[in-house]
Design a protein around this ligand. Structure first.
Ligand code: FRU
Length: 498
C-alpha cells in the first residue's frame, strides 16, 4: 500500500500546483499565433518600440529595444535585449536596463569601447557602453550603462547623468567613434526645436557641445532618434544624418525617417543638398526610429539598419496580444548615383535568403500562405499589380503605376472588420527615382501582419502593416507587365512555445 507521510503529501501537492501554475502561465502556441510575424522580430509579450543600442560584439549582433516589462501599454520604458549570430534568428535575453527611481530608460545607442577610454572595463576586456536618455523628474538627460560580460548584465554609471542641460525635449543619443579627430561623437535631438546637437568626448563621460544642425528638410513633427554614419560612393565618403520625424512625412502624417547627405568633420555637419529638400528612407507608414549597427567589423563592412515597424498614429491600438510592436527587417544601406544626385538605397540583408523553403509554382498560388518572399521584374512601361493575403474578406495589393512611375501598397482592404484607427485604410506610394530605362527589380516580403517592398534596387521602399484575415492565403499574380516572377514560402525564425 502506498503511504505518503504528511510532509510528502505537501511536497506532492506543491509539485502539482507549481506544474499547474507553469502550464497556465505559458500561452498555447506562443510565437505561432495567427497574427504573429514569423521572421520579423517581436518580443514574446508586452510593449515594444524603437530599436536601441544596435552593436556588433564578439560574433553577436546585439539588439536592444524600448520595452515595457509589465504590459502592452507604452509605459515603464526599459531596454530589452536579444542577440543573433546571423541577423535572422534572435535569442531573447533577460531585460538589460530597467526603469527605476521615476526615470524611464528611453532610446539611445551602444558602442564597444575598444581602447577602454571610459575605464569601465579593461584593455583586455573592453566594455560595451550604452548611452541612453533618462526621462523623468521633468527633464531628459543623457546617461551611461556598461557591461563587461558580453552584454549579459548591465550597470548604470554612478556619475549619471553625463549630460544634463535641464531640457525637457532632449533625447536619443547616437554615439560613434570619429577616427580622424580621435573623439567620440554624439548626435542627440532637441525634438521640439527641430534640430540636432553634436557633442564630442575623449572618454564617453565628459562631453563638450560642438555644433547644431536643424530647421532643414522636414520640420513638421518632433525630431527624434538621429543617426550619423559615413557611406562611400565612387571612392568618395559622404556622411548621412538620419532624423526621424514624429509627425509628418510622405505617409500622410504619421511618423517617418528623413535623411540628409553631406559632410561631417567631427564638429559640424554640412548638408550637401538644398535646405528645403526632404529625403525619405521609406514611403510606407510603418518604419520609424531607424538606427544602424555600430562596430560592424571591417571584414564585413556593411552598414545595416532596423526600424520600429509601426506608426505614431496607431501604435498603441494595434490588435495583437500578448505582444504589441514589431521591428522591420534588417536592411543593408548603400548610396546610389541617380540623376538627382546620390540617394540612399536599402535592401534586405542577404542572410534572409536562408529562410527560403519551397519555391512556389502557379498551382500553389491559391494556397501560397502569408509568409512569402516574392522576387519579380516589372516592365517599366506597363502598370501591374499583385494581390497577397487574398481571400473572401481581405487582400493587400502591391503594384506599379506606369503613368505616375510609382510603386504602391494598397491596404484599404487588408484588415477584416472595423478599422482600429481611422487612417489605417489607405494606399501608400513611393516614386521611382533611379530614372533608368531598364526593367524594375522588385522584392517583396510578406510576413502575416505586414509587407515590405524594396523596388528599383532598394531606392524605393515601403514598409506597411496589414493585419489580414488569417484565412486569406491566396497570391494573385499580375495579368501583365511582369517579365519574371519567383516566389518562396519562408520558414519561421521562432520555435513555438506551448
Ligand atoms: C521614438 C521615441 C523616442 C524616445 C522613445 C521613448 O519613438 O519617442 O524619441 O526616446 O520613443 O520610448
Amino acid at each position: 500500500m502506498l503511504f505518503l507521510g504528511a510532509k510528502n503529501v505537501l511536497l506532492a501537492a506543491t509539485v502539482v500546483v507549481s506544474l499547474y501554475a507553469f502550464a497556465s502561465a505559458a500561452q498555447p502556441g506562443l510565437f505561432n499565433e495567427p497574427d504573429r510575424p514569423q521572421f520579423h522580430y517581436t518580443a514574446e509579450r508586452n510593449w515594444l518600440n524603437d530599436p536601441n543600442g544596435l552593436v556588433f560584439f564578439q560574433g553577436e549582433w546585439h539588439l536592444f529595444h524600448q520595452y515595457n516589462p509589465q504590459s502592452v501599454e507604452s509605459d515603464n520604458k526599459s531596454w530589452a535585449h536579444a542577440v543573433s549570430r546571423d541577423l535572422v534568428h534572435w535569442e531573447h535575453l533577460p531585460l538589460a536596463i530597467r526603469y527605476g527611481d521615476s526615470i524611464e530608460i528611453w532610446s539611445g545607442s551602444a558602442v564597444v569601447d575598444v581602447a577602454n577610454t571610459s575605464g569601465l572595463g579593461t584593455k583586455d576586456n573592453p566594455p560595451l557602453v550604452a548611452i541612453y536618455t533618462g526621462a523623468g523628474h521633468g527633464k531628459q538627460t543623457q546617461n551611461l550603462a556598461h557591461s563587461t560580460d558580453r552584454g549579459r548584465t548591465w550597470t548604470k554609471f554612478a556619475g549619471n547623468p553625463v549630460i544634463d542641460e535641464n531640457l525637457k525635449e532632449f533625447r536619443d543619443p547616437k554615439v560613434c567613434w570619429h577616427a580622424p579627430t580621435k573623439r567620440w561623437v554624439m548626435v542627440v535631438a532637441l525634438s521640439e526645436e527641430r534640430k540636432v546637437r553634436f557633442y564630442s568626448s575623449p572618454d564617453l563621460k565628459k562631453w563638450t557641445q560642438s555644433s547644431e544642425f536643424g530647421g532643414q528638410g522636414n520640420v513638421e513633427g518632433a525630431w527624434e532618434c538621429p543617426d550619423l554614419f559615413p557611406l562611400t560612393l565612387a571612392g568618395k565618403t559622404y556622411w548621412i544624418l538620419v532624423v526621424n520625424v514624429g509627425w509628418g512625412g510622405p505617409a500622410g502624417g504619421g511618423s517617418a525617417a528623413q535623411y540628409f547627405i553631406g559632410d561631417f568633420d567631427g564638429i559640424t555637419f554640412r548638408n550637401g543638398n538644398p535646405k528645403d529638400l526632404a529625403l525619405w528612407t521609406n514611403h510606407g507608414p510603418d518604419s520609424y526610429a531607424e538606427q544602424t549597427w555600430s562596430d560592424v567589423p571591417a571584414s564585413d563592412g556593411r552598414r545595416i539598419s532596423m526600424g520600429w515597424m509601426s506608426s505614431t498614429r496607431y501604435c498603441t491600438l494595434e490588435p495583437t496580444l500578448p505582444w504589441r510592436g514589431a521591428l522591420t527587417l534588417p536592411r543593408e544601406l548603400s548610396l546610389v548615383q541617380t540623376k538627382s544626385g546620390a540617394r540612399l538605397a536599402q535592401l534586405p540583408v542577404r542572410e534572409l535568403s536562408r529562410l527560403r523553403a519551397a519555391a512556389l509554382s502557379e498551382s500553389d498560388f491559391a494556397t501560397a500562405g502569408q509568409t512569402l518572399e516574392i522576387n519579380a521584374t516589372l516592365d517599366r512601361a506597363m502598370s501591374s499589380s499583385f494581390a497577397v493575403c487574398a481571400g473572401d474578406r481581405t487582400q493587400t495589393v502591391i503594384g506599379y503605376d506606369a503613368a505616375t512611375q510609382q510603386v504602391y501598397v494598397d491596404r484599404t482592404k487588408s484588415h477584416p472588420g472595423a478599422p482600429f484607427h481611422k487612417d489605417f485604410q489607405a494606399r501608400y506610394a513611393a516614386p521611382l527615382i533611379s530614372h533608368k530605362d531598364a526593367d524594375i527589380p522588385l522584392r517583396i516580403f510578406v510576413d502575416r501582419t505586414s509587407v515590405e517592398v524594396f523596388a528599383d534596387d532598394g531606392l524605393s521602399v515601403l514598409s506597411v502593416n496589414t493585419f489580414p484575415d488569417p484565412a486569406a492565403l491566396r497570391f494573385e499574380p499580375p495579368a501583365s507587365g511582369v517579365k519574371s516572377l519567383r516566389l518562396w514560402r519562408l520558414n519561421s525564425i521562432w520555435k513555438t512555445k506551448d
